[in-house]
Design a protein. Structure first.
Length: 276
C-alpha cells in the first residue's frame, strides 16, 4: 500500500482522529505513526498534518455506525479515551478492518489490532468502575469538589453518572493527570482544560463530616478479618490518597487497631472482605 512510510500529525481531538481515518482511507495509505502536539515524537518519516474538519469527521462517524456497527463506534470512542499506547494507530487500523469485514471486526479477538483495542477499553472500563466507587467529594463554600488521578481520561464517562446522581448540586471533578475538570451546576455541565487546582483548607463543618465518615469506616470493620492484601486487590493503593477514610490520621488509627488485634492472636482469619 503506498504511503506506508508516512506519519500523521493531528490536533489531539477525537474529530481530528476521525479525519486521520478519512485521510488514510481516501489517500490509500496507512501511516506508521499518528501523534498530536501533546504526544509529539521525533521521527524520520515524512509527516503529514491532518486538518480537523467537523464535516469529514461527522461523515466518518456515521459511516462507522452504518458500515460496521454501533459497537465499533463505542470501541473507537472508548479507545480514544483510554491510555493505550499508540491508541490512534490502533483505532485507525481497527476501523479500516471494520470497513472490510463489517460488524465481525468487533469480535475478532485473535486479530492483533482488535485484541489490543479491546484490552485498552477493558482497562478503561475497570478503572471507570473503581473511580465511580472510590471518588470522594469534599464541600467547599456550598459546592462539592473532588480530585482524581486516573490513568485513562474518564471525565466524559463519569459525567452521566454524577450529573444524574446530583442534579441539584454544584460540583467540580478535577483530573490532575490530564489537566481537565468537569464543572456542573444544575442541568448544565462542561469539561474544560484546567492547568492546576487545589482544594482550599477544609472548614470545621467539613472536618466534622470527615471524622464521622472515618469513625463509621472504622466501626464497621472486622479486625479478625483484616487482610491488607485483599483490600489492595479490591481498592488499589493509588486511590487511597484521595479517599477520606485513608487520610493519614484515619489510616494511622486503623493500622494501630489492627496491630492491637494481631498482638492478641486474632489475625489473619477469614477472607478479608471485612477489611475493605
Amino acid at each position: 500500500m503506498p504511503g506506508e512510510d508516512i506519519a500523521y500529525l493531528y490536533d489531539g481531538s477525537f474529530d481530528g482522529l476521525l479525519c486521520c481515518v478519512h485521510e488514510s482511507y481516501y489517500a490509500h495509505e496507512l501511516p506508521v505513526l499518528i501523534f498530536s502536539p501533546e504526544t509529539y515524537a521525533y521521527t524520520l518519516y515524512p509527516t503529514k498534518s491532518i486538518e480537523t474538519d467537523p464535516e469529514k469527521a461527522g461523515r466518518v462517524w456515521r459511516s462507522v455506525g452504518a458500515k460496521i456497527s454501533p459497537m465499533a463506534q463505542e470501541l473507537a470512542l472508548h479507545g480514544y479515551y483510554s491510555c493505550l499506547e499508540g491508541k490512534e494507530l490502533v483505532i485507525l487500523k481497527f476501523l479500516r478492518l471494520g470497513y472490510r469485514v463489517g460488524a465481525a471486526a468487533c469480535s475478532m479477538f485473535g486479530n492483533e489490532t482488535v485484541h489490543a483495542l479491546q484490552g485498552g477499553v477493558l482497562h478503561l472500563k475497570n478503572e471507570l468502575q473503581r473511580m465511580l466507587q472510590f471518588l470522594r467529594f469534599e464541600e467547599r463554600g456550598g459546592s462539592l469538589a473532588a480530585i482524581v488521578e486516573p490513568k485513562n481520561f474518564l471525565l466524559p464517562l463519569m459525567q452521566p453518572h454524577f450529573c444524574s446522581r446530583y442534579p441539584e448540586e454544584h460540583f467540580l471533578i478535577y483530573d490532575a493527570t490530564h489537566g481537565a475538570a468537569l464543572f456542573y451546576q444544575p442541568y448544565e455541565w462542561k469539561i474544560a482544560p484546567v492547568e492546576h487546582f487545589e482544594l482550599a483548607p477544609a472548614d470545621e463543618r467539613e472536618l466534622r463530616y470527615q471524622r464521622l465518615w472515618q469513625g463509621f469506616y472504622n466501626a464497621i470493620s472486622i479486625e479478625s478479618r483484616y487482610n491488607p492484601r485483599c483490600r489492595m486487590n479490591h481498592m488499589p493503593k493509588r486511590f487511597w490518597n484521595r479517599m477520606v477514610e485513608f487520610y493519614p490520621m484515619a489510616l494511622a488509627n486503623r493500622e494501630a487497631r489492627a496491630s492491637v488485634g494481631a498482638a492478641h492472636g486474632s489475625l489473619p482469619q477469614g477472607d478479608g472482605q471485612g477489611g475493605r
